[in-house]
Design a protein. Sequence first.
Length: 325
Amino acid sequence: MIAQAHIARQPIVDRKQQLIGYELFARESATSTHAPEHHSAESDSVLLFNALSNIGSERLFGEKLAFVNCVLEDLGAEHLDIVFPDRMVLEIPRIHTDDASVIAEVATKLKALRERGFLLAAGPFAAATPYAAWLPQINFLKADVQALSPHVATALQRKADIYRSLRLVAEKVETAEQFKTYHDAGFHFFQGYYFARPQTISAKVINPAHANVLQLMNLVMRQADLDEIESVLKRDPALSFKLLRYINSSGFGLMSEITSFRHAVVILGYKKLFRWLALLLATIPGNAASPAIARTAITRGRMMELLAQNMLSEAKSMRPLRHST
């Protein structure tokens, strides 16, 4: 079945107007100019999968940074396992409460993401006192210049002076005067119509058969032999093409192109391959149950991982004791 994937990208530039990355936006068609109204962890997982396996990271952002809007549910989600942390900037939304315990809980998740290598961005709210625990983990503060007051801009610059790795991004810059104002104010990066409007990148998508994806997931879950896995990949060109496009994305940093299915599986590992397959299943159109099936599959996979860990621990504890003679 042939479908299409669409993602818009808008450049982000430095003080010399040199490109440093793109913000990525979901699009429902090649002509739409706005993101879909419903923003969820599932829609974010589809955007990331389309970026890496359908359109391709080389076409979208290459060696540059990719800024992606998140919902809070994304912060511990499995779909982040398939992305390249060192090029991915997760834009963290504001919490709809000032409850200190909730803010602290999210701060712990942000720290874990930073330890995995992800870069993080947030709005000016992250510079406020209630979010003090977040700021050491934040790499970029993005401020809408259409709504930014001079005293808030000054306060953000003070934070950047304290946290030397913090970078300020002026977004929705629409005129040369606005660029000059925030350039003079010490902002590091800039985004907006003054530089470029979002450009939609599209790709034709040939989807594999549901049955083949499910069969491959079952094989991976039970740690089947590589020959069995390879045989499923060989009989579904769409499935194998997506896997090779993903494994050959620039984020893997491979010295040469991977053309062998066996080699691709070995590099990915069963755990990451399972996550990738679950997301693939969720993106195949024409089946409203796909996201639910994918969630169930991931849950089962995590249960199997935990059971395997427990069995290994029990096996170690049951090793026969050595008797002295």
